[in-house]
Design a protein around this ligand. Structure first.
Ligand code: NAD
Length: 494
């Protein structure tokens, strides 16, 4: 019997107003259904927004260190449940088990790290230009925070948003991706078990078009924190601009690894395989462009293809699996369409480029790790985010050309360079247009206590992770206290 899950609104578990549900299926095996979830629409969003607005008034008055104690407990429960959560995650979205464990670990790290902010949330105290006058700034919560998340990090990304929103005193409406509603549900249950007053956090399931679009437009929502594609992010930004509403956007990427002629090639190939095919290439930071000096392009590409061809596809719960499925039918169609585009554009397809259907793979959405060589920077496969196990190798003649190619895309999330030349490494750190640059490591591997995010079509100026995340979820309030007992005029009584 398939379990039917509910929304959490105003502290109660409720069905969608429509009474409808949608299925949550395992991408490695479509016959394995994890549950059915409410198909919410504007009516459910309205109820959630009203509940959140009323809960905010109480939650913002709870001292931040007390709010944080609840989050520490949530961190402890995450630690206890790490293995169960990871296994469910692999069933729900396909990534191999060790990566799912990493996703949960990132959620644990973020929860503990941000809980620490409960005793910081620091502002400034600074001298006033007038005598007997005090000047300071404090952080205050924004209000009702809508957190909209993608499916590729179904626990980590919700913690990046929901946990800082809560520690800062906001009430939250959380809409998980429709491909990973169960991890969203389990995360909310953990926060409740940790003692979060249930009315502070609303969980609204559903599609982006129905629930998500209504959420970003609801007048009681004060802030939208969105992670997903650049196309949807742009819609979110436009909807928020009309209401003068704050929105933070973490969007797509077309990340690159530069491999210079002096690189440790074995290390660079290791990095390219992990960066390009880890999480089946479905990371916003996936290394989908390998910009390689022509002097080593042949050797590098041969080694890469050898490794890519040997990667074992399969169910991520099986210990031998190295690459899991892509998330759903629409995505595998998209990945394959890009293979056709690459071939038409004249790139060399060296391996992969096909849906894998043999044996147990026929029940899921498996795509063969794909390498295109002799790719030109203007080709669509070198410009557009594919979000699958497809990498492109772009030969270049110099470091300068490599940087120009690296910067010649509309995205700006993560970049990497493999070189043994320290001068070049430092020039790359300055010249690569991206939110993140790695030296002698691939484009993936962010840590929670540093700012995470990108420029150009990847972001809109905010950063998650690090103390910077608090700038999304708090307003600055400046406070002056004049204890002189007389009228003092700044800039005039000098
Ligand atoms: P998506 O944009 O399709 O969906 C993301 C979320 O937005 C989902 O919850 C979805 O239901 C919701 N949504 C969809 N349409 C909406 C609308 N019109 N209004 C409001 N909400 C809507 O993205 P996805 O397929 O879930 O995730 C893949 C994308 O996310 C890739 O582009 C990837 O690069 C990006 N991503 C970025 C980061 C980052 O931090 N920069 C991290 C992970 C993923």
């Amino acid at each position: 019997m398939t379990q039917v899950y509910k929304n959490l609104i105003g502290g109660k578990w409720v069905e969608a107003a429509s009474g409808q549900t949608f299925a949550d299926a395992n991408p490695a095996n479509g016959e394995d259904v994890l549950g059915r979830f409410p198909r919410s629409d504007a009516r459910d969003v309205d109820a959630a927004a009203r509940a959140a607005a009323s809960a905010f008034e109480r939650w913002r008055r709870v001292p931040a260190p007390r709010r944080a104690e609840i989050l520490y407990r949530a961190g402890e429960i995450l630690v206890r449940k790490k293995e169960d959560l990871a296994r469910t995650m692999t069933r729900e979205m396909g990534k191999v088990l060790k990566e799912s464990r990493g996703d949960v670990q990132e959620g644990i790290d973020m929860t503990y790290y941000i809980a620490g902010e409960g005793r910081r949330l620091t502002g400034q105290t600074t001298p006033s230009e007038l005598p007997d006058k005090w000047a300071m700034s404090v952080r205050v919560p924004v209000g009702v925070a809508a957190c909209i998340t993608p499916w590729n990090f179904p626990l980590a990304i919700p913690t990046w948003k929901v946990v800082p929103a809560l520690v800062a005193g906001n009430a939250v409406i959380f809409k998980p991706a429709e491909d990973t509603p169960l991890l969203g549900h389990l995360f909310v249950e953990i926060l409740l078990e940790a003692g979060l007053p249930p009315e502070v956090l609303q969980l609204v399931h559903g599609t982006g078009e129905e629930a998500g679009a209504a959420l970003v437009r609801h007048p009681l929502v004060n802030l939208v924190s969105f992670t997903g594609s650049s196309e949807v992010g742009q819609d979110v930004a436009v909807a928020c601009a009309k209401e003068h509403r704050r929105c933070s956007l973490e969007m797509g990427g077309k990340n690159c690894i530069l491999v210079m002629e002096d690189a440790d090639l074995d290390l660079a190939v290791d990095g390219a395989v992990w960066g390009g095919f880890g999480t089946t290439g479905q990371r916003c930071t996936a290394a989908s462009r390998l910009i390689v000096h022509e002097a080593v392009a042949r050797e590098f590409t041969d080694a890469l293809v050898k490794r890519a061809t040997r990667l074992r596809l399969g169910d991520g719960l099986l210990p031998e699996t190295e690459v899991g499925p892509v998330i759903n039918e629409a995505q595998i169609t998209r990945v394959h369409r890009y293979t056709e585009v690459g071939k038409t554009e004249g790139a060399d397809l060296l391996c992969g480029g096909a849906i894998a259907r043999e044996g147990a793979l026929a029940k899921g959405y498996f795509y063969r790790p794909t390498v295109f060589a002799k790719v030109k920077p203007t080709m669509r496969i070198a410009q557009e985010e594919i979000f699958g196990p497809t990498v492109t190798v772009l030969p270049v003649r110099s470091f300068e050309e490599a940087v120009t190619v690296a910067n010649g895309v509309r995205y700006g999330l993560s970049t990497a360079i493999y070189t043994r030349d320290v001068n070049r490494a430092f020039r790359a750190m300055g010249d690569l247009q991206a939110g993140i640059t790695y030296v002698n490591a691939p484009t993936i591997g962010a840590e929670v206590h540093l700012p995470f995010g990108g420029i150009k079509a990847t972001g809109n100026g905010h950063r998650e992770g690090g103390p910077q995340v608090l700038d999304i979820f708090t307003e600055w309030k400046t406070i002056y206290v004049d204890y002189s007992g007389r009228l003092q005029r700044a800039q005039i009584d000098v």
